[in-house]
Write a protein that binds this ligand. Structure first.
Ligand SMILES: O=c1[nH]c(=O)c2[nH]c(=O)[nH]c2[nH]1
Length: 318
């Protein structure tokens, strides 16, 4: 047999797009989550690729079944970060030869319907296209009783627009410049945000259905990690800074958002935004003798789908 020219330098597999809806009934109060889950694993699985030996393969169908089992039994199902840690922990604890699990949970919005101003007990509405995203790696390489969870959370598809309080001037001017500096313009973007927590040591579950990590602590802070509060908080900060900043550029507004998040959330170690600058161009109506171009007269715009700017940055705690 001729020597193979390549070697397996990376291998990971599992199930993608596992759709989970879960209701938690607390008397008449029902709570719901809807998740799209990706559950992938790494470990001693090389021979399934190199020798066509499936004896090391936990079928992706079984990984899907485990996901539904943990969705049914986890006390943390309503918190995507802890659910992801639970699922990843289950996978690497159950199978000796699997050393890492990578769980992504995309959480869709279901908010309680208000009847008058009273929250309804069991009726919900999709009140936004934005999704919470959780990426968890559960790492068992130091031993099955020394699991470490690396958690990155975020949100995506949060569409925002402001009609004033944004300008862009003083940029490089040369033979390629056609953009006119403006001190008032429409600023619109679809927010894509990720924020990283310090790694968590995960106590191994004594009772598999009741892991004792309600009190998971973030390294160094000594406080119980509240992933729900962090998620609400970063969304609020993002929207408020966007609305209130007298923006000199997407870059400068982005930076202010990151600093406010790091100031107000001690669990968060770094923050990354990727912000498309969705351009709105005033329509030139000179052809009909109408001024729609001077900034205070600009009222009719063409939303430009493409191209868009794309401004991104990560700010890390010192
Ligand atoms: O806020 C902005 N940042 C840029 O880098 C840029 N470039 C551009 O054409 N318009 C803008 N706006």
């Amino acid at each position: 047999m001729s020597a193979e020219p390549g070697y397996l330098s990376h291998a990971r597999y599992g199930k993608d797009k596992i759709r989970v809806f879960r209701v938690v009934r607390e008397g008449e109060w029902h709570h719901v989550v809807e998740y799209n889950v990706t559950a992938l694993v790494e470990g001693d699985i090389e021979i399934s690729y190199t020798k066509a030996d499936n004896s090391v393969v936990v079928a992706t169908d079984s990984i899907k079944n485990i996901t539904y089992y943990v969705a049914k039994t986890s006390p943390y199902i309503l918190q995507p970060e802890r659910f992801a840690i639970h699922l990843g922990t289950h996978l690497v604890s159950k199978y000796a030869h699997l050393h890492k699990a990578f769980i992504t949970v995309e959480s869709l919005r279901w908010s309680r319907i208000l009847v008058g101003d009273k929250p309804h007990t069991h009726s919900f509405t999709r009140d936004g296209d934005d999704k919470r995203i959780v990426n968890v790696e559960v790492d068992a390489t130091a031993g099955k009783d020394k699991l470490v969870a690396k958690v990155e959370s975020g949100l995506k598809d949060l569409l925002v627009l402001k009609t004033s309080g944004s300008g862009f001037t003083n940029f490089v001017k040369d033979e390629y410049t056609t953009l006119i500096p403006v001190d008032d313009r429409i600023f619109s973007t679809t927010i894509d945000l990720t924020y990283k927590f310090a790694p968590f040591p995960v106590p191994p579950p004594a009772d598999k259905s009741k892991p004792e990590w309600a009190g998971l602590q973030s390294a160094g802070t000594g406080d119980v990690w509240d992933s729900e509060k962090a998620a609400e908080h970063v969304r609020k900060i993002t929207l408020e800074v966007f609305a209130e900043d007298e923006s000199e550029s997407v870059q400068a507004t982005l930076y202010k958002m990151t600093q406010k998040i790091l100031t107000e959330n001690k669990f968060i170690q770094s923050v990354t935004y990727a912000l498309p600058n969705k351009h709105y161009v005033p329509v030139d109506m000179k052809y009909i003798g109408v001024d729609n171009l001077t900034p205070e007269k600009a009222e009719v715009f063409v939303p430009i789908a493409a191209p868009s700017g794309l401004i991104s940055a990560t700010v890390s705690r010192k």
